[in-house]
Design a binder for this molecule. Structure first.
Ligand code: SF4
Length: 392
């Protein structure tokens, strides 16, 4: 499974020297330096503290991760779900981004349940992470952990892969095409994080991509907002669908904190296709604000201009209108209030109690269908090659 334990990352003291040496190295030689060891990845993740369940720390994957961040302090924890000074701690609002950059949690995944979905994917797979180093202001991933949600990496990879294999064997081949896929059962492997970021930490994403390569009746799928070129080396052989999440660049600069710029995500699509991925797009979340129509129109024109024919031929999209949350609104006011100027629009939104009791808000029944209709019409005009798989 995966690569042997990584060479310890360069210490911070050596980092400047390594950069100087890289600058003096011919481009061809530098091409082999993994993105995960480069300056952009280090800006995203500079791990100083690892909270680890004992079994996770002792596991093969856990030892690889601890070796990768040799300067990090390892703190034993009983449960990755209950780390009082990380989870549910209002004080962390001020250190929101720092916690994401500097803290990791290692745990063992307890639930291996595979849930039916039917929208983005046929099934939601048990993911190998929970949490994210990026900090989108509308992100629903922290909803169960409270305020700070650094990445929890699950180290019992084999158990998750075995559960997926058993599920697929029990389900058998897909007999009827549906909007998720014509032939394959689609498993969302990144419901609670971003697999491109997870790949900066360990080979968990690589292990999932390789596993799906062996399962011709299935396809992995994950949404991402980070362009991680290391994923181009994984040879997915068409069994993994990457969904680049897109929104107008102005919205993204305000809301998608710490992510790759939207034009970079669009430009990366052809590389990912050529590397063996299926490439779809998540038009999400659609945020209604003054000028939103013109902004989406520009984005669709840009996609039409930039994407080559081979990407367009196989592309499809999901449209996901913003759902926001009362608690998240309160939290955001503490660290990024400008985002709430567009996310929190009581005149346009109505409450919706979620299954877990949280108070969500979504666009009113009088607003949302028209907005979906408007965007769908724009797609027909500006990007008629883009099949909309579903709108939500
Ligand atoms: S990239 Fe996804 S998981 Fe990460 S913060 Fe943004 S919405 Fe959340």
């Amino acid at each position: 499974m995966g690569r042997p334990p990584q060479e310890p990352a360069e210490s911070e003291g050596l980092f400047g020297m390594a950069e100087l040496m890289a600058a003096a190295t011919p481009t061809r030689a530098r091409e082999h330096r993994p993105f995960r060891d480069g300056p952009q990845a280090r800006e995203l993740l500079r791990v100083r503290e690892i909270h680890a369940e004992p079994a996770a720390a002792a596991s093969w994957r856990g030892r690889q991760i601890i070796a990768r961040f040799p300067d990090a302090r390892v703190v034993e924890t009983d449960s990755h779900w209950r780390i009082p000074h990380l989870h549910g701690n209002q004080g962390n609002v001020e250190r929101w981004v720092r916690v994401k950059r500097e803290t990791l949690v290692l745990g063992e995944r307890a639930s291996l349940a595979i849930r039916p979905n039917g929208r983005s994917a046929d099934w939601i797979a048990p993911g190998l992470s929970n949490g994210c180093a990026m900090a989108c202001a509308y992100c629903y991933v922290p909803r169960r952990k409270g305020f700070a949600n650094p990445i929890t990496v699950f180290t019992n990879v084999d158990r998750v892969l075995n559960a997926l294999g058993r599920h697929l064997a029990a389900t058998g081949p897909k007999k009827e095409p549906n909007q998720c896929d014509e032939r394959a059962w689609v498993y969302d492997i990144g419901e609670n994080g971003d697999c491109s970021v997870d790949d900066l930490i360990s080979d968990n994403t690589a292990d999932l991509v390789r596993a799906f390569r062996r399962w011709p009746a299935a396809k992995a799928s994950f949404a991402t907002k980070l362009v991680n070129p290391d994923l181009l080396r994984l040879d997915p052989q068409g069994r993994t669908r990457v969904r680049f999440s897109l929104m107008p660049p102005d919205d993204s600069r305000l809301l998608d904190i710490r992510t790759s710029p939207v034009p970079a995500r669009v430009e990366a699509a052809a590389d990912f296709l050529d590397a063996g991925y299926e490439v779809h797009f998540n038009l999400s979340p659609v945020v209604i604000r003054p000028g939103w129509r013109a902004a989406w129109d520009d984005l669709l024109r840009m996609m039409d201009d930039v994407l080559p024919h081979r990407v367009k031929e196989q592309a499809a999209a999901e449209i996901i209108m913003l759902t926001h949350n009362q608690d998240l609104h309160e939290v955001n006011l503490g660290w990024h209030p400008r985002a709430e100027d567009v996310l929190w629009q009581p005149d346009l939104q109505q409450p919706k109690r979620s299954e877990n009791g949280a108070l969500n808000v979504r666009y009113r029944d009088t607003v949302k269908p028209q907005a979906v209709e408007t965007l769908s019409r724009m797609i027909q005009t500006r990007a008629p090659w883009l099949r909309v798989r579903y709108a939500f």
